[in-house]
Write a protein that binds this ligand. Structure first.
Ligand code: TXA
Ligand code: MG
Length: 312
């Protein structure tokens, strides 16, 4: 059900959940200070209660209401990348409800860069928002994804196709070294340049790093088997859905070659997973990236594709 911004504000103030667009993926928004609304988010999403939510803000003053300690690096990084696809994990203020943070003493905060999100949060105040998919589905990048996953039962603000298509970078600033808990469009290298300090690119598959509870859970894996291939195929197999990037020159409806445009591949990735399953392809083959390839989205793309290959 597509709704207007006025309706969305009214529903959120009443304690309902509303899906809204951000520059990364659609989020399932609720008033961060309304316990029932946040609880409803976990219910609607089918999300375990120990997996915390990101609080979305539209002004710096809201950050100070949420975080009790704001290291100097945060101001520098916010100046450089906010509004944008970077989430900070910081020590929380006592006023942040435990249900938001899954009982942790830290809170994740992000200022999204999308006019609809900004307009909404300006009128409602801070919103918790996990990606607007039921657990076990890929993050939604179009309103149609939210409508389909929730059989039109969740009200949605329309913002068209999200620009980035992969979830934000999650950066932990509560320990001595800055640590990336989830790679996104803002890379370790970009962060390092701003803070002039080493950034640890935590590998979510290592057993040591369980600071981001979300990395513990099984992630979306399409029904189709997802495989990595080292180069584009010599000929097209009609039963395989191909995602390529090296400019193969192959032309068929089941071949999607991005010819080096990794931003477009990232934007479309989750949509392709949904389409391949919808069309009943038993296998998706994705061309592996060469180590020499340089693009800020490669780390995030690699992370999400690896999860789709292994399902965890
Ligand atoms: O781009 C995004 O970040 C999107 C849009 C809607 O903003 N949101 C999103 O939320 O991806 P979600 O809930 O699907 O993923 C949030 C991730 C989870 O892995 C969660 O465990 C982690 O952030 N997280 C949240 N709070 C945390 C905290 N206090 N400490 C460590 N990790 C946290
Ligand atoms: Mg998610």
């Amino acid at each position: 059900m597509i709704i207007t911004i006025e309706k969305a504000v009214e529903l959120i103030k009443k304690g309902d959940v509303v899906a809204f667009p951000t520059e990364t993926v659609y989020g399932l928004g609720a008033d961060a200070y309304n316990l029932n609304a946040v609880q409803q988010t976990f219910r609607v999403k089918g999300r375990p209660s120990d997996n915390p939510l990101i609080v979305h803000i539209s002004r710096m003053s809201q950050l100070r209401e949420l975080a009790s300690e704001i290291p100097a690096e945060v101001q520098m990084l916010a100046d450089a990348f906010w509004p944008g696809p970077l989430t900070f994990v910081l020590k929380k203020q006592e006023s942040v409800p435990d249900i938001v943070t899954g009982g942790l003493d830290t809170v994740a905060v992000r200022m999204p860069n999308h006019p609809v999100a900004k307009n909404l949060i300006d009128q409602t105040g801070p919103l918790t928002a996990p990606s607007a998919n039921p657990s076990g589905r890929p993050s939604p990048t179009r309103t149609e994804h939210v409508e389909k996953d929730y059989s039109s039962q969740v009200p949605v603000l329309d913002g068209g196709h999200t620009e980035i298509g992969l979830e934000s970078t999650v950066l932990d600033l509560t320990t001595k070294s800055l640590k990336i808990l989830r790679p996104g469009a803002i890379t370790a290298e970009m962060i390092q340049k701003v803070v002039n300090k080493k950034v640890v690119d935590a590998d979510s598959t290592s057993t040591e790093n369980h600071k981001s509870p979300g990395t513990r859970y099984t992630h979306y894996k399409p029904d189709a088997v997802v495989e990595l291939i080292t180069e584009s195929p010599a000929s097209v197999d009609g039963s395989i859905y191909y995602l390529l990037h090296s400019g193969s020159g192959l032309s068929a409806e089941n071949v999607h070659d991005y010819s080096g445009d990794f931003s477009a591949l990232a934007r479309d990735l989750y949509d392709h997973f949904r389409t391949a399953d919808h069309l009943g392809y038993p296998k998706i083959q994705i061309e592996r990236f060469a180590a020499t390839e340089a693009h800020p989205l490669l780390s995030a793309l690699h992370n999400r594709i690896s999860k789709a290959v292994t399902g965890n």
